[in-house]
Design a protein around this ligand. Structure first.
Ligand code: AKB
Length: 321
């Protein structure tokens, strides 16, 4: 096993909680320090070190990095799109100051690699919406998207100016069952599964024809680790790589769920998140990621639906015992 020391911020979040588990399997439980802003639920992430640190508190973050001396940081803390619209100041502070603190401390304390997530939210209403290219118009209309564009450029700046090896992915909507997402526009694509199992119905907050790029969590975690393990000479994009697995409408998702849960009914009542969804791409061209570091997704909508429902049913059954 390669000896590595890794810090994962945002470790109690949707992606962080699953990434920590995979990294611990790969590099050893004590090698991966999970960092959250509050204590995780009992048992979760308890297999290795856990620290509570606010990423906007630079001295505390610096102390953490000096304590563990990581060579790699996955900086996953972030306020998502819908929550960011409710509190733009908070989104700016957490997303931008947090990233700047991580980049400064990494540069100053000898961290060699940093991962930071961008998103399809970096695109906007005048970006080509189908098969959105790697290099295209970035004109987000949400504060979250604005922090993603600024963050991408900041990551590239630290690479060019200081040689800090920062790598990034523009995640599509991520679907998972272990930790529910909080405050995103793509959250309907997770909630639908939980509601289907609990109530056999779901009231979707985007319209039936809304199509967005999506990915199942196992693919997202694998993409993240594969990007970080790719040889440095293969990493040609220093802003953020386009990444996708599939695109489907809300209605196609509901149909896929109904195939496994007979009687499931989905209604559609778009709220203010529809405006955000309408400003994002319908599908993504991620051929540059596929070419540079060999990205290949595994899960399509049907495999994902089956896996999600199997796992949620098991969780629900164990809750009832
Ligand atoms: C959100 O909906 O805000 C996130 C994202 C696509 O970045 N899931």
């Amino acid at each position: 096993m390669t000896s590595k020391k890794i810090i994962v911020t945002g470790a109690t979040g949707q992606i962080g909680s699953e990434l920590v588990i995979e990294l611990r399997k790969k590099y050893g439980e004590q090698q991966v320090v999970a960092v959250g802003h509050s204590k995780p639920i009992e048992g979760e992430l308890s297999s290795g070190p856990f620290e509570i640190v606010d990423v906007t508190n630079k001295p505390a973050l610096d102390e953490l990095v000096q304590k563990y001396r990581p060579d790699t940081i996955y900086h996953l803390v972030g306020i998502l799109s819908a929550k960011g619209e409710k509190n733009p100041d908070l989104a700016w502070r957490v997303n931008m100051e947090g990233l700047k603190n991580i980049l400064d401390i990494s540069r100053d304390r000898g961290v060699t690699k940093v991962f930071w997530p961008s998103s399809i939210a970096a695109f906007g209403p005048t970006t080509p919406r189908d098969n959105t290219p790697q290099n295209t118009i970035l004109d987000p209309t949400t504060i979250y998207g604005v922090t993603k564009v600024a963050g991408e450029l900041l990551c590239q700046y630290y690479w060019k100016k200081y040689g800090l090896d920062v790598r990034s992915l523009r995640y599509p909507g991520i679907i998972s069952y272990k930790t529910e997402p909080g405050g995103g526009t793509t959250d309907y694509a997770v909630a639908i599964y939980f509601e289907a199992i609990k109530n056999k119905k779901y009231d979707c907050f985007v319209g039936r024809d809304t199509v967005l790029p999506m990915m199942y969590m196992p693919d997202a975690v694998r993409a993240t680790i594969e990007l970080m393990e790719a040889p440095i000479e293969n990493i040609k994009v220093r802003t953020s790589y386009n990444l996708t697995a599939m695109s489907f409408s809300a209605e196609e998702l509901a149909t896929s769920v109904a195939r496994c849960i007979p009687g499931f009914v989905c209604s559609y009542n778009p709220d203010d998140r529809q405006r955000i969804a309408d400003s994002w791409p319908r599908s993504i061209d991620d051929s540059v990621a596929r070419k540079d570091w060999g990205w290949k997704h595994e899960f399509g909508i049907e495999e994902m639906t089956k896996d999600m429902l199997d796992h949620i049913s098991t969780l629900e059954a164990s809750d009832l015992l």
